[in-house]
Design a protein. Structure first.
Length: 274
């Protein structure tokens, strides 16, 4: 029988004893869902799954999204390729929740490792529920009344600035105008309060002067990455991470250049505006 072993105080657990390559039952999927709500991010090692099994695992949580800015696996439009090479190193280094520039941000993500550097290339996660709980009552009241703007173009400004970048991403920009989300939202399944701004896609808070917006956001960005809210995962080939995008943020540690790193990601579609 498999079980989940916590790896940090705030969030994160490694699931041991379950080989997803041998197939998973409806009961297995239900238990993975339950464990995800409890731990916010789950890790599985030694999972040599097929692309079809990767898709089936993600679909157990709901409909799947595509992404406007990444290449995909042939025959599987839902599986985006996250690859960093010496010739084209990754540009994403900021803490973030995935695709908050959409009106319905993703429920979660299922990420599997294909090529991992000999050293480095870990990923960090932070619990936005634990970070919210640590705020003072006065700060909770202030933030609970605020809304913030999230913007695809802000998050992909480096790619847009590349030669031909604006032309390549023109349709993505057109399809993803800025959206507004509450700074604090309630998780739709657990009911817990969650901080929902991130340094990659959030541009500003509505209804307050620019300097106040900048100060509030910077306070939150500094607050949410305190060590006691985080966990860290060291990848090997054939690992899987599943995280709840509604209650976590994550950040790659880009300390492996110029080595090659390749992962494949499926994003689970959002079912509601936040």
């Amino acid at each position: 029988m498999y079980h989940a072993k916590s790896i940090a105080g705030a969030l994160g657990a490694e699931v041991e004893g379950l080989d997803l390559a041998k197939g998973a039952s409806a009961d297995d999927y239900a238990e993975i869902h339950r464990l995800l709500l409890e731990h916010e991010v789950l890790f599985f090692r030694d999972q040599n799954i097929s692309h079809a099994q990767h898709k089936a695992l993600a679909e157990s949580f709901g409909p799947l999204q595509t992404h406007p800015a990444y290449d995909t696996v042939e025959g599987f439009a839902e599986i985006t390729i996250l690859e960093s090479t010496p010739q084209q190193p990754t540009k994403i280094e900021a803490w973030h929740s995935d695709m908050t520039f959409r009106q319905h941000p993703p429920v979660g993500t299922v990420l599997r490792s294909k090529i991992i550097p000999e050293r480095g290339g870990d990923t960090l996660w932070s619990s936005m529920t634990t970070a919210y709980d640590a705020l003072s009552p006065g700060m909770k009241t202030l933030l609970g009344e605020l809304q913030a703007v999230h913007d695809f173009s802000w998050g992909f400004k480096e790619s847009l600035a590349e030669p031909g970048g604006r032309e390549r991403l023109a349709q993505a920009v057109a399809d993803n105008p800025p959206v507004v989300h509450p700074v604090i939202h309630s998780h739709p399944e657990t009911g817990k309060k969650v901080i929902f701004v991130n340094s990659l896609f959030t541009t500003h808070i509505l209804g307050v002067p620019r300097k106040e917006s900048e100060a509030i956001l910077q306070f939150l960005y500094d607050h949410i990455v305190q060590d006691e809210f985080t966990c860290r995962f060291s990848w090997q080939a054939d690992c899987i991470a599943i995280w709840d995008n509604r209650s976590t943020q994550h950040k790659p540690v880009n300390d492996y250049f110029p080595a090659h790193r390749k992962l494949e990601r499926i994003t689970i579609d959002g079912d509601r505006p936040y």
